[in-house]
Design a protein around this ligand. Structure first.
Ligand SMILES: Cc1ncc(COP(=O)(O)O)c(C=O)c1O
Length: 380
């Protein structure tokens, strides 16, 4: 048997919506992006949504809205995809990492206050794998110190915690529609926010700083546009939006399937020696974006190899950001600084988790993990 790491859920309805755009004049930002924004805001229970081309650029734009740059610090986690840190780094500010909780891999809120300095301007939490952090507690911390909160909600479209959602206790929440996300357009991103002023700035900033996007300029008659400030080129296209609009209706159905698969993994690995996994807290609704196991760091790469030999698609989400060469050399970050993040980064393996995964494929993955871990343990 061969089990792919990921299969997307794009169906004939999504493809037809995309074809409709391809057969029209407006391939770039236009009415389909506006429709996506309206529906995404509604889905997330937020007053405003802005379509962009990635989560990395969305995070960056939000930081720029708060004038964050050279000489500033932004607190975040090193247990995330590099894009989280790159967004901070690209503004000129310094990413400051606090360690994560050993049970969930999420940022440890009890460590944040001691990392705050006079240079700290914002906090970027990540809802790792789809499990939301305690945003109410984070908001209390941020308010005490006058800091902005920008959520990296790439894994958390469907997430809830104690009944609240991403975007409700922050200044903004950013999403990714990258190829393997729960909702995808191959590439793409979005921001939700509550403030009209922020919404207006972000809407222009993502498209050069001009006050009209292409479809608004080319309505019935051509209209001039004004350049309000120097912006960026981060807009979403109608092609991406067309792929996304209908997927929103199917998220709940897919989540239900992924919850069942995750429960089977958890049940099996609870009884497997040498295999651990992050716990799902009862107060959270987990979006089940990624299922990872944790094995002894001494055998992680051997198990990765063994699983691939058994034709199981795998990935690593994530190695600790501060130990990548660029960050290590620039900031003299070193091993030992974030022990829990590093332990997770050295022990983690991501297993296939998507709605088309068949029961027999899940059984096969479970058996492959058991055999791979057993044979790797015998080698050390
Ligand atoms: C947690 C997290 N943050 C940031 C990103 C970056 O998203 P994008 O590729 O849309 O820039 C990703 C995407 O993989 C992610 O998983």
């Amino acid at each position: 048997m061969k089990v792919a790491f990921y299969k997307h859920n794009l169906n004939e309805v999504d493809k037809a919506a995309c074809m409709e755009v391809l057969n029209s004049m407006f391939l770039t930002t236009g009415s389909v992006v506006e429709e996506f924004e309206r529906r995404f805001a509604e889905l997330m229970g937020s007053p405003f949504a802005i379509g962009t081309n990635s989560c990395t650029n969305s995070l960056f734009l939000c930081l720029k809205y708060f004038d964050i740059g050279q000489g500033h610090e932004v607190i975040t986690t090193a247990m995330s995809f590099l894009g989280t840190s790159h967004a901070i780094e690209r503004t000129g500010a310094k990413p400051v990492y606090v360690d994560v909780e050993s049970e969930t891999g999420n940022i440890d809120l009890s460590l944040i206050e001691s990392a705050i300095t006079p240079y700290t301007k914002a906090i970027i939490p990540v809802h790792l794998y789809g499990q939301m952090i305690d945003m109410k507690q984070l908001k209390r911390i941020a308010d005490r110190h006058g800091l902005a909160i920008i959520e990296d909600a790439c894994h958390a479209i469907e997430s809830e915690r104690d009944g609240y959602r991403p975007g409700m206790f922050s200044d903004a929440a950013c999403f990714s529609f990258y190829a393997t996300k729960n909702m995808t357009a191959g590439e793409g991103g979005a921001i939700i926010c509550k403030q009209q002023r922020m919404y207006e700035w972000l809407s222009k900033a993502r498209i050069q700083g001009v006050n009209k996007h292409a479809a608004q300029r080319h309505g019935k008659r051509y209209q001039h546009y004004e350049l309000d400030f120097l912006g960026y080129k981060f807009n979403m296209s109608n092609i991406q939006a067309a792929l996304l609009v209908n997927q929103m209706d199917r998220l709940a159905k897919y989540l239900d399937i992924k919850q069942k698969i995750s429960a089977r993994y958890e049940q099996a690995f609870t009884q497997t020696q040498g295999v651990d996994f992050p716990i799902a807290l009862p107060e959270t609704k987990h979006a089940r974006h990624i299922f990872t196991i944790w094995v002894n760091p001494a055998i992680r790469d051997t198990v990765l190899d063994e699983l691939q030999t058994r034709d199981v698609g795998v990935a690593v989400n994530y190695r600790a950001t501060h130990l990548y060469r660029y960050y290590r050399e620039k900031y003299q970050f070193r091993r030992g600084q974030l022990p829990v993040t590093e332990r997770i980064g050295d022990s983690t393996i991501t297993l296939p988790l998507y709605s088309q995964l068949l029961d027999e494929e899940v059984d096969y993955v479970i058996e492959a993990v058991r055999e791979s871990v057993k044979s790797a343990r015998e080698l050390v």
